[in-house]
Design a protein around this ligand. Structure first.
Ligand code: PRP
Ligand code: URA
Length: 210
């Protein structure tokens, strides 16, 4: 396994991913779970944020302590399904700016098609967390990172929930420099590009469109 790929094995994350897979889980519960898993994953994704020393007056004394030295984060969901993860990250990092990249997979070719892109003006100077719950063929995430690199982003991490081995391989081949964080590595892609066992169509389940 590429050392730039982290597959989580935390019991809370595994439990919530199992609930997400269940076809009986409603859209409301699904949305809540996606947000919660994103928040739990963020704990690890932000582990290397730099700190700076400060002094704080407690009721007893002055404490030498530390706070975040950098607030320059941009969260970039891939539309639509990445939107479901966004609030989970913003709950932990409320000062982050949010960019959007709109991509959908052509159902015949599975190629990603761009339909929207709006990023913070200073995106090149930010730590970018790219979000999409599903890494299937890898086409969408690869295209999104291509956009971000064209905008001169130098510090990008990609967070997904369920990844197919095929997607991980394609993504790490295209972008070996980008760390990938993933809650579960599944078995395979099926013949129409869905992750097996997966959780179905993440966008449709989040937004109740099917
Ligand atoms: C899904 C998913 C990813 C993409 C993954 O989006 O949210 O963006 O497929 O597949 P890939 O790795 O093969 O590119 P979809 O195209 O269904 O669009 P949606 O989020 O608008 O439903
Ligand atoms: N996109 C999804 O939403 N689900 C899959 O299984 C594959 C791509």
């Amino acid at each position: 396994m590429n050392s730039n790929v982290t597959i989580f094995d935390h019991p809370l994350i595994t439990h919530k991913i199992s609930l997400l897979r269940d076809e009986k889980t409603s859209s409301k519960e699904f949305r809540e779970l996606v947000e919660e898993v994103a928040m739990l994953m963020a704990y690890e994704v932000f582990r290397d944020l730099p700190l700076k020393e400060i002094e704080v007056k407690t009721p007893l004394t002055v404490a030498k302590t530390k706070v975040l030295a950098c607030q320059d984060v941009a969260v970039v969901p891939i539309l639509r399904a990445g939107l479901g993860m966004t609030n989970g990250i913003l709950a932990l990092f409320p000062t982050a700016k949010v960019g959007h990249i709109g991509l959908y997979r052509d159902h015949e070719t599975l190629e990603p098609k761009e339909y929207y892109c709006k990023l913070p003006e200073d995106i090149a100077n930010r730590k970018v967390i790219l979000l999409d719950p599903m890494l299937a063929t890898g086409g969408s995430a690869i295209a999104a990172v291509n956009f971000l690199k064209q905008k001169n982003c130098k510090d990008i991490k990609f967070m997904c929930m369920i990844a197919a081995p095929e997607g991980i391989e394609a993504f790490t081949k295209a972008h070996p420099d980008i760390p990938v964080y993933c809650a579960s590595k599944d078995e395979k892609l099926n013949e129409i590009g869905y992750i097996v066992p997966g959780l179905g169509d993440a966008g449709d389940r989040i937004f109740g469109t099917k």
